[in-house]
Ligand binder design. Sequence first.
Ligand SMILES: [Zn+2]
Length: 254
Amino acid sequence: LAAASCGDEIDKGGWNRQQAGMRMRDWPSPNHEPRRSGPTDILLLHYTGMRNGQAALERLSDPAARVSAHYLIEEDGTVFRLVGEDRRAFHAGESFWAGETDINSRSIGIELVNPGHEFGYRAFPAPQLDALIELGLGILNRHPIPAWRVLGHCDVAPARKEDPGELFDWARLASAGIGLWPKACAPSAVPERPELARRLAQFGYGIAEDPSPAALSVVLTALQRHFRPASLTGIADPDTVGRLDWLLGQMQPR
Ligand SMILES: [Zn+2]
């Protein structure tokens, strides 16, 4: 796989070991194809939402399922490499971010083993997060992914997806240098619905210019799941809008 550019050594057992101790194993999936557009400038995080990691690995490498991701990280921190980073894996589905609908072509996808909201959603253990941080820092070194394009599946498909969800520690990830976390940002006045939609769209969310209250609520819930997980109301309160404004202030011209 092309992703062998990680700089890690492969030992006889097929196990790779990077300096800080990340255990990486190849588990090739046939479910990939050439990228159709670029650059690769989104890091997209998921949970597997299946009963265990083995079931997820089997599904993500089943040719009939036509789903995959570049990596899967077990709860014990073992990293499985399924698809080379230069290839288009099949993890985003119908999705949108900042004008792009082919999120698979633009992203690296990482699946975190977790039963998810369907099978018993639970915290992501420390070894899993440690491995994600090590893997993620390497990915950010290899691809032009700005901090504000480190996203969850819920961000790019708010009406369909909740993962990785409100138990995922985005704050810890950001403190390690991966993605954004709004801390100590001031609350903002809540604007009228079209202005709020404009700001959400400016950050990247797929939303109409004058959305219905229900459509706005779906996107606000996605924003909260990522950037204010302690309180998922779907309501535009000053704290939520303040976080959005802070995020917009972090974006830089490309
Ligand atoms: Zn997902």
